[in-house]
Write a protein that binds this ligand. Sequence first.
Ligand code: PGA
Length: 244
Amino acid sequence: MIIGNWKCNGSNEMIVSWCADYDRELNGNDAYVAVAPPSIYFSKFNSENKLSNIVGWGAQDVDHLDGSRTGAISVDMLVDTECGFSIIGHSERRQIFNEDNSLIREKLKSLNKRIMTILCIGEAKEENDKGITKDVLKDQLEIVNGLELDTEFTVAYEPVWAIGSGLTPEPKDINEIHKYIKDVVQSNSENNLSPKVLYGGSVTDKNAESFFKEEFVDGALIGGASLDGSTYAKIVNIFNGIDK
Ligand code: PGA
């Protein structure tokens, strides 16, 4: 699974060139591939995408309620757009918009079994330096406790210090953390689900292969490198070329 997170980037012009570039570069595809444009561009993305190769689309975030909540987009609205997934818990939402675990759990509960959820978790640099990465991730994963999770529930492991920095953990360390995440979710969820785990943080067409080769890396969540259609297609090509 390869997911592109465009964050607050994109324009009508960018979407036209993105789809053309992606189509040109792609060698065929058998994985689930999608991007999360700003939701206001869903229909533009879709209309260009139909002329191009098939790429799914989804949301960067969602609100767990509806009604008098200016600026919010609800789960029902996402269902109406027929989008394929929603990201929740991205570190930028946690830091800039002060989202905490209890709010993210509400989002997870409202999406669960309706829209595929991609839950982002990750430790800060200081936490990594202190050697408490697993403790931090375990705390963030508490939000699945006692929930019967949708079988498509997915986690994205995104060390905060790796996002947009050009820095990444070693592939073998990512692999170990992914195994840990699968084990924690499996033991804490009601239905003992072992989720797919994506790696995110400075993934490019240059380093993607080293991550994809690892046993417990089920794909990637890609920010900056997803903004260029041909670079994104190159990463998808690499993913499709790995035989695991
Ligand atoms: P990046 O972002 O690929 O630009 O590091 C990843 C993310 O924030 O999801």
